[in-house]
Design a protein around this ligand. Structure first.
Ligand SMILES: Cc1cc2nc3c(=O)[nH]c(=O)nc-3n(C[C@H](O)[C@H](O)[C@H](O)COP(=O)(O)O)c2cc1C
Length: 205
């Protein structure tokens, strides 16, 4: 049995194209046996921003935390445990202002934790979440596929860097661009993304 964690990050799930496509991914997986799927919504119910109290215990060993620090860090710990348990992570990333939504950014801040998801050794940082496959579906109103427009897509490089930093370096990006470029373009791009998903699921069998 493989554990699959789906992370949606659009604040408008009913209209969201990235959520529609993570649901399509889930349906494709459910046509086969062997996948245990858990979904977390980072858009409608975003994780907390890191507080001063949480950060006061962020860099020490959990055994040294007092009760208040434990409480402040418990949300992040839960999110980290979910990630650790996952063999496959599917992220639906809506583009807001050229980058990830604030909900997904808050999640990244909660799960990028020294000693738990990364650690520094003599030769530099090491990600601790290894052997996981990650799929990132990026939905944007514009089209960021040309050499010129790629320069203003900060979702792809950000996620590549921060996920890689915690060990999630086996990532397949599935873009679904053009939701603001008319229904025809949007639907065409959604169908292309669906084909990529069908192909990815076949390889997971
Ligand atoms: C607050 C906000 C900011 C946005 N910023 C951008 C942007 O910088 N570039 C872009 O191409 N589309 C932008 N869009 C459009 C979204 O990327 C588009 O609606 C996309 O489909 C969102 O994903 P979703 O459908 O999963 O919510 C923005 C939308 C919102 C609501």
């Amino acid at each position: 049995m493989k554990n699959v964690l789906i992370l949606n990050s659009s604040p408008i799930p009913k209209e969201s194209i990235s959520t529609k496509l993570t649901s399509f991914f889930e349906q494709e997986l459910l046509t086969m046996k062997g996948f245990n799927i858990f979904t977390r919504d980072l858009g409608v119910t975003p994780p907390s921003h890191l507080t001063a109290l949480a950060l006061s215990g962020f860099f020490n060993d959990p055994s040294e935390h007092n009760g208040d620090q434990k409480q402040a860090l418990s949300e992040g710990l839960l999110l980290i445990r979910e990630l650790e348990n996952a063999d496959i992570v599917i992220i639906g990333s809506a583009m807001h202002n050229h980058t990830v939504t604030s909900g997904l950014k808050a999640y990244i801040d909660q799960v990028t934790r020294p000693g738990l998801t990364f650690q520094y050794k003599a030769d530099g940082p090491h990600g601790l979440l290894t052997n996981k496959q990650v799929f990132v579906i990026i939905s944007a109103g514009g089209d960021y596929s040309s050499e010129e427009t790629k320069k203003t897509d900060f979702v792809t490089p950000l996620l590549k860097e921060v996920l890689g930093f915690i060990g999630l370096d086996n990532i397949q990006f599935i873009p679904v661009f053009g939701s603001f470029l008319g229904n025809k373009t949007s639907e065409k791009n959604q169908n292309i993304a669906k084909q990529s998903i069908v192909k990815a699921v076949k390889q997971l069998q």
